[in-house]
Ligand binder design. Structure first.
Ligand SMILES: Cc1cc2nc3c(=O)[nH]c(=O)nc-3n(C[C@H](O)[C@H](O)[C@H](O)COP(=O)(O)O)c2cc1C
Length: 205
């Protein structure tokens, strides 16, 4: 198993909410080092379909500092975060994605990250994260709904596939609405701890 830290990506823009709490539970459960990143704070720019990765597979123009007119350059972060997130995924033995459901999908900041995987898709069959795995915890407010997690799950599964990662069955929660809903549920916390332990225990040594 890779000795790099397990990577835990908390994908809600709400600070200190259910995803951040779940991410910290996973971190505390694992017997090895992990690094937790809040994807919404990572400044991932959305793909603008420039087409550069079609002609230069693996490259993305949004990785570099953007040349902006001086009128706006001071207001925007110069450094884009996608490359660092992918680097963590390719090194970690397993990546845990913890995401809330927003309109039957993941929040826009996290979807921007998924879309930036396009550079690897353009590499057609090369697998930068081969031998690594992706596990997901998805959190929604609705108490029921057959297809509530389908959109999020499908996008994340294809992100994993594009990177050559093994897709592990996600853990999904209904009925967590307010920011402290998970903190109030000892049962759901226990589910997260057992899931993290099970995923970690199943990794090849
Ligand atoms: C913009 C937005 C859209 C949402 N859409 C859905 C939805 O489609 N279905 C659902 O069950 N919950 C939806 N929710 C509720 C969140 O999934 C829920 O509150 C979750 O616990 C948020 O996680 P967090 O505390 O980590 O931010 C939405 C919340 C927001 C802010």
């Amino acid at each position: 198993m890779s000795s790099a830290p397990v990577f835990i990506a908390s994908c809600s823009p709400r600070k200190g909410g259910n995803c951040d709490f779940a991410a910290s539970l996973v971190e505390r459960t694992l017997p090895v080092r992990s690094s937790v990143i809040r994807v919404s704070d990572a400044n991932v720019r959305p793909c603008n379909a420039c087409g550069v990765c079609d002609s230069m597979p693996g490259r993305c123009t949004l990785d570099g500092p953007t040349v902006l007119p001086s009128s706006v350059s001071g207001q925007l972060p110069a450094k884009d975060g996608a490359k660092a997130l992918f680097a963590s995924m390719t090194l970690a033995p397993v990546t845990f994605i913890v995401a809330p459901i927003y309109y039957y999908h993941i929040p826009a900041q996290a979807k921007a990250w998924v879309d930036r995987t396009q550079r690897f898709w353009a590499m057609k069959g090369e697998s930068p994260a081969k031998g690594r795995a992706m596990a997901c915890i998805l959190i929604a407010a609705r108490p029921r709904g057959d297809m509530l997690f389908d959109g999020a799950e499908r996008s994340l599964r294809w992100m994993a596939k594009t990177l050559g990662m093994e897709w592990l069955e996600p853990l999904e929660f209904y009925g967590l609405e307010h920011a402290s809903a998970l903190a109030d549920s000892v049962e759901k916390q226990a589910d997260i701890c057992s899931y993290a332990a099970r995923i970690f225990g199943g990794l090849p040594r």
